[in-house]
Write a protein that binds this ligand. Structure first.
Ligand SMILES: C[S@@+](CC[C@H](N)C(=O)[O-])C[C@H]1O[C@@H](n2cnc3c(N)ncnc32)[C@H](O)[C@@H]1O
Length: 312
């Protein structure tokens, strides 16, 4: 298994605050992305680059992956993560159910994809290994499934490496979702996944961490790189109550979360054939027991599965 901590996978490195601005170059985007953007903008030469796609470890500050682990009942979290979710759950007690339902949705989505014959999975923003991991859901359908778990958190990468990585079937890939080109070119990923053949991309509960316009760009870049027959599985939080949304965004200090409207989330599936029942709440996406599905909520998770059609 190939892992390079401290450098962007592929040839990219993250452009730092001193990176060239303008010309379409984006600080925070990796070198690989910026170089192609720079060329498009007529910028010749290398973009100044620094550091890595991985966020620094800090036990004293709330963290996205560890907070998510806590709310799913995991043990890989610290007081700062638990305090964060104590506040989030005080404001919206259903937040824990949303996270659980999001995991259950993913398992059902992966099952559908694997049954459709696609056995390669790239999960960007994998989170810490939990129950209902992608390889487990795919493994129920086929023993030859391959899963690349991509994350920008070094703790996630080391846990996936230690607990799950298996040469030929599971890889841990350091990467930043804002740099699709670098992720797809990463040797750790391409050793396992043949990106010229259909694959399934999962972006679940991660697009919330960028603004809708940035989510559109990220999804577009991935979609263009996906061969026909590939799948896209996504889930994004929605909030229909302005006051609740404001309080939740303020309380969630692990990262800056952004609100995405239903229409914006639907647009992330543009050009794809949506699997039934289309874009809907995670708990309403092919639930095992329809009777158990409860009514509307002020805040929820929207989820869908799209397939890239054959070129017409
Ligand atoms: C809320 S968790 C969701 C985990 C998983 N996708 C799920 O739905 O069960 C978000 C994950 O995305 C990772 N993440 C956050 N920003 C990222 C970025 N820019 N690139 C890659 N991973 C990122 C976090 O480290 C965390 O593991």
């Amino acid at each position: 298994m190939h892992i390079t901590l401290g450098r962007c996978p592929g040839r990219g490195r993250i452009a730092g605050p001193g990176a060239v601005r303008g010309g379409g170059l984006r600080p925070g985007a990796c070198d690989a992305c910026n170089r192609s953007r720079g060329r498009a903008a007529g910028f010749a030469g290398n973009v100044p680059v620094v550091s890595s796609p991985l966020v620094p470890f800090d036990a004293g500050r709330p963290n996205v992956a560890r907070g998510y682990d806590y709310v799913l009942g995991g043990k890989d979290n610290f007081a700062a993560d638990r305090d964060l979710y104590a506040e989030v759950l005080r404001i919206y007690p259903l937040a824990a159910a949303l996270v659980r339902e999001n995991r259950e949705f993913q398992a059902r989505a992966v099952d559908l994809v694997a049954r459709s014959g696609v056995r390669q999975f790239i999960k960007v923003g994998s989170g810490l290994p939990k129950t209902l991991n992608t390889h487990e859901a795919a493994g129920r359908v086929s023993t030859d499934a391959k899963v690349a778990y991509v994350d920008n958190d070094p703790v996630v990468i080391s846990h996936v490496t230690a607990l799950l990585a298996q040469p030929g079937s599971i890889a841990a890939v350091p990467g930043d979702m804002r740099c699709p080109a670098a992720i797809l070119a990463s040797p750790a990923l391409t050793e396992l996944i043949d990106t010229s053949a259909p694959f399934c991309l999962l972006l679940t509960m991660i697009l919330d961490l960028v603004e809708p316009a940035e989510a559109t760009r990220i999804v577009d870049e991935f979609r263009r790189a996906m061969p026909s027959g590939s799948f896209f599985v996504a889930s994004v939080s929605v909030n229909n109550d302005g006051d609740l949304a404001e309080r939740m965004l303020k309380a969630y200090t692990a990262a800056t979360m952004h609100l995405h409207s239903r229409e914006q989330i639907a647009s992330y599936f543009a050009g794809l054939e949506l699997a039934e029942p289309g874009l809907t709440e995670a708990r309403r996406w092919r639930p095992p027991d329809r009777e158990q599905v409860t009514g509307d909520r002020p805040a929820d998770v929207l989820a869908g599965v799209g397939r890239k059609p054959a070129r017409g």
